[in-house]
Design a protein around this ligand. Structure first.
Ligand SMILES: Nc1ncnc2c1ncn2[C@@H]1O[C@H](COP(=O)(O)OP(=O)(O)OP(=O)(O)O)[C@@H](O)[C@H]1O
Length: 552
C-alpha cells in the first residue's frame, strides 16, 4: 500500500474551470444566461468563454496577471468567471458602488493589467485612473457595451468586450493551473469594519467551496437562478461556477428592487436566488400591489449578516423556502449553514424561524468549526450563553491577504482561521453569531450583543431596519445606541417616539441591553451587499458624545 498514491491519472489539479466542458456536453442546448432579450445556451457560453480566454492570451495576459472587472450582474460578468482564469489570469471583481478613490486604491494594490468596465461605470473608472500615482502604469481598459442601455455617452475605445470575444478562438486550449494551489481570484472584503483587504483564493479552494455550497443548499440539476446577489461580492458566493455544475439558467438583471425581483421570479419561473437579509426585508416590506404569486417553490439562500428571526418568518410566510448560510470573503463562500432537520417542521413558524436564524454547523467539506474563549483559547461550553470567537479550518480558507503578511498571520494562526465573529454554541452543537468582535457593546462591564438588541427592534411592527452600536457614556463606558428606519407609508401621527421604542425593548429584554438612545433615519448606510455599515453609525454615535445624564 505504501507505494500507492498520487499518479498521473489521479493528480490533476482541481479547478472549477473544468465544469464548463461537461456542462456544454450535457446541457449544450439549454439556456445558460438570460438577460433581457439576450439568451445564450451552455454551448454558446463555453464557446464565448474560450474565445475570451484566447483573446486575453493574445493580448499578452499571462499566468498570475490580475484582470479586473467593474460591472453589475450582466452576462459578461458571468463569462469572466471562466474566461479570465482560463487565460491563466487571476480574476478581480470590483464593487461598482465604491467611490473613485477606493477603486483607484484597489487597482494600485492589485497591479491590475487590464480592466473590463461596464459602459455605465466608465466615468467612475476614469476618475479612479486619474487618482493613480503618476508612477503607476494604468491598466488597459476594455468597455463592456450594453445594447439595452441607450443614451450612454460615446467612449474612445476601439476594442470592446464583444469585439474581443469575436477575435478569440473557440478551440483555444485553455491554460490549466500548474498546481491546484495556483491563485484564481482576488477579492476585496466589503469594508464593513475596516479598509478592504485583498483575499486570494486558489483553484482547489474555489472548487471545493462550489461543491460544498451546492450540497449544503441541496441544489438540484437545471435550476433557474436569479442573480440578485452581486457577482462582484465574493464571486456571488461561488454560484457562477455552481450554476455550471448543475446546468442552471442564470437570470441576469442589472438593477433590482422588490418589484423587479417579483416580476423576474414570475416571468422566468425562478427556483433559486441568494440575497442578504436586507433583500428578504425588501421583499417582506414590498406593498401587496407589487407582489406576484410565486410560480412554484422559490429557494432563497441568505447570508452576509444575521437574518432577524422575524424577517425569516415573514419571508417564509410569503412562500419562500429560506436556507441560512454563513461565510466570509476569506472563506470563498458558505462554510457554515443552518442544516435543517425534518423533525423541526412540526414546530410553529416562530420557533422554526428562531432555529433557522442560527448560523448552524460547518458545511460538509470543512474540517471543523470551533468557538474559542478570547482569553483561554479553549472551546466555550455548549450552553448557548458562553461566547467566544468563531474559528474555522478547511480547504475553503483563503491562501492569504495579498501583500499583507502581517494581516494574514493575524488571521491564520495555530491551524485556524480567526473570523472576528463572536458566537455561542447551543447544546445541540449549532453555532449562533452574537456579534462581530468590533460590534460588541461593553456597558458597565457587561457584553451586549448588538444582534440581539436589533432582533428585538425588528419585532416592532413599524421598524424597517435597525442597527445598534456603542455610544460613549461617562458612567457606563458605552451604551447601546439604536439607528432605526421605519417602514414606508407610516403616518407622522403613528410614528413611534424615541421613548416608545425604548419602552418596547424595556418590556421585553434585560434592562442593561435596552438602547439608551434611538435615532430615526430615512435609510441606514449600507455596503454593496446590503450590510449596514456599522462603523459609519459608530462614528455618528461617537460624534454625539456621551449623553449629559447617564440613563439607568
Ligand atoms: N449568516 C450570517 N450571519 C451573521 N453574520 C454573517 C453571516 N454571513 C456573513 N456574516 C458576516 O459577514 C462577514 C463577512 O463579510 P465580508 O467578507 O463580506 O466582508 P466584511 O467582513 O463585511 O468586510 P471587512 O472585513 O472589510 O470589514 C462575517 O465575518 C460575518 O460578520
Amino acid at each position: 500500500m505504501e507505494k500507492l498514491g498520487l499518479n498521473e491519472a489521479n493528480s490533476n489539479p482541481l479547478t472549477p474551470l473544468n465544469f464548463l466542458e461537461r456542462t456544454a456536453t450535457v446541457y449544450g442546448n439549454c439556456k445558460s444566461i438570460v438577460y433581457n432579450d439576450t439568451v445564450y445556451t451552455w454551448a454558446e457560453t463555453q464557446d464565448r468563454c474560450l474565445r475570451l480566454a484566447s483573446a486575453l492570451y493574445s493580448l499578452g495576459i499571462s499566468r498570475r496577471d490580475v484582470v479586473s472587472v467593474l460591472a453589475p450582474n450582466v452576462p459578461a460578468m458571468y463569462e469572466m468567471h471562466f474566461g479570465v482564469p482560463m487565460s491563466g489570469a487571476v480574476l478581480n471583481t470590483i464593487n461598482t458602488r465604491l467611490d473613485a478613490r477606493t477603486v483607484s486604491v484597489l487597482l494600485h494594490h492589485s497591479e491590475s493589467k487590464l480592466i473590463f468596465c461596464d459602459i455605465l461605470y466608465l466615468p467612475l473608472l476614469h476618475d479612479a485612473i486619474r487618482l493613480l500615482p503618476p508612477s503607476h502604469k494604468p491598466p488597459q481598459i476594455i468597455p463592456i457595451e450594453d445594447p439595452y442601455e441607450i443614451n450612454v455617452p460615446k467612449h474612445p475605445y476601439s476594442l470592446t468586450y464583444e469585439k474581443l470575444i469575436e477575435s478569440g478562438d473557440s478551440q483555444f486550449k485553455w491554460i490549466r493551473p500548474n498546481s491546484e494551489l495556483d491563485p484564481i481570484v482576488l477579492n476585496y472584503t466589503s469594508g464593513t469594519t475596516s479598509a478592504p483587504k485583498g483575499v486570494v483564493h486558489c483553484h482547489r479552494g474555489i472548487f471545493i467551496t462550489t461543491f460544498d455550497s451546492l450540497v449544503s443548499w441541496s441544489v438540484p440539476t437545471e435550476p433557474v437562478y436569479l442573480w440578485t446577489l452581486p457577482m462582484f461580492h465574493a464571486n456571488g458566493w461561488t454560484f457562477p461556477w455552481g450554476m455550471a455544475v448543475v446546468g442552471g439558467t442564470n437570470i441576469c438583471i442589472r438593477h433590482f428592487n422588490a418589484s423587479r425581483i417579483f416580476s423576474a421570479i414570475h416571468d422566468h419561473k425562478v427556483t433559486h436566488m441568494c440575497g442578504a437579509p436586507v433583500v428578504l426585508n425588501m421583499l417582506c416590506n414590498a406593498p401587496h400591489s407589487m407582489r406576484k404569486p410565486l410560480p412554484g417553490q422559490v429557494n432563497v439562500m441568505t447570508a452576509a449578516s444575521s437574518p432577524p428571526a422575524e424577517v425569516l418568518k415573514q419571508t417564509e410566510a410569503m412562500g419562500f423556502q429560506v436556507s441560512h448560510g454563513y461565510g466570509l470573503t476569506e472563506t470563498g463562500g458558505i462554510v457554515m449553514s443552518c442544516a435543517w432537520k425534518s423533525e423541526w417542521n412540526k414546530f410553529a413558524a416562530s420557533e422554526r424561524a428562531r432555529l433557522k436564524a442560527r448560523q448552524g454547523v460547518h458545511t460538509p467539506s470543512m474540517v471543523k468549526i470551533n468557538v474559542v474563549d478570547e482569553y483561554t483559547g479553549k472551546s466555550v461550553a455548549k450552553d448557548g450563553i458562553s461566547s467566544g470567537e468563531i474559528v474555522v479550518k478547511g480547504a475553503c480558507v483563503m491562501l492569504g491577504y495579498l501583500k499583507d503578511e502581517k494581516a494574514t498571520k493575524a488571521a491564520i494562526k495555530d491551524g485556524w482561521f480567526y473570523t472576528g465573529d463572536v458566537g455561542v454554541v447551543h447544546p445541540d452543537g449549532y453555532v449562533e453569531i452574537k456579534d462581530r468582535s468590533k460590534d460588541v457593546i461593553i456597558s458597565g462591564g457587561e457584553n451586549i450583543s448588538s444582534v440581539e438588541v436589533e432582533c428585538m427592534l425588528y419585532s416592532h411592527p413599524v421598524v424597517n431596519e435597525a442597527a445598534v452600536v456603542a455610544r460613549p457614556d461617562k458612567f457606563w463606558g458605552e451604551t447601546p445606541c439604536a439607528f432605526v428606519s421605519l417602514v414606508e407609508g407610516i403616518h407622522s401621527r403613528t410614528k413611534p417616539t424615541e421613548k416608545e421604542m425604548i419602552d418596547w425593548c424595556r418590556e421585553r429584554m434585560p434592562h442593561y441591553m435596552v438602547p439608551k438612545t434611538v435615532v430615526f433615519k430615512e435609510e441606514l448606510p449600507k455596503t454593496s451587499t446590503g450590510k449596514i455599515q456599522k462603523y459609519v453609525l459608530r462614528n455618528l454615535a461617537k460624534e454625539m458624545g456621551p449623553p449629559k445624564i447617564s440613563r439607568l
